[in-house]
Design a protein around this ligand. Sequence first.
Ligand code: IPE
Ligand code: IPE
Ligand code: MG
Length: 236
Amino acid sequence: MEQKMPNHVAIIMDGNGRWAQKRGLKRTKGHQKGAEVLKKISEYVYDKKIKVLSVFAFSTENWKRDKEEVDYLMDLFLKAFKDNFDAVKKKGVKVVFSGLKDKLSDKVVKAMEKMSEETKNNNNGVFNICLNYGGQDEIVNASKKISEDVLNGNLSIDDINKDSFGKYLFNDLPPIDLLIRTSGEYRISNFMLWQMAYAELYFTDVLWPDFDEKQMDKAIEVFNNRDRRFGGVKKK
Ligand code: IPE
Ligand code: IPE
Ligand code: MG
């Protein structure tokens, strides 16, 4: 039977640190390998005609880590944006970012703005990179913007609904169909709470740096065997 592709796949790329520690390496080596895996998997995803890919790159809680690790990650983002920009442009994918810019360095923010600006008219797919992102922050931030619009008379309370609310989020994305979390943790860790309302959840013990195309196929296969009822009753 032909496989149904999810429209929006989201990934919590977890386990980089453990992957490195298992090999007696510094945690940062795991992040380096993780970035290579993301490049490969993102290309694979768009080749499979999945339209939207969201990835958790750095959470609002990740600032708690040692400065050395945080600095390494920020430099890695800059390098990854630079190294992969041409490939992204060639694929015709639109890059968007979710998260608050406040704690990020000017250099990182500039690189993010350049990527979004130069890919904004692309329509082969959307690559949503969640950086300094928290799901609760996203909802609070949207609520503040809605309140401002109500106070300014640009929005009436009666017009606040699920659809209009979505437009105030960091990006107005379609609902997540398939959420993948690697590394054997069974939690959501404050990722895309709004968009995940009816997502199918797929957890695997594989650490993110070991994730590959075969693992992705397996997740899609499991997704295909799920019975998505959305609160209804399955027709016989
Ligand atoms: C995920 O891997 C990457 C980020 C959170 C940036 P981790 O760094 O959380 O790896 P583990 O969970 O410690 O193994
Ligand atoms: C979630 O992983 C964040 C990212 C993958 C960027 P964490 O490793 O930070 O999550 P917890 O601490 O295990 O919940
Ligand atoms: Mg982790």
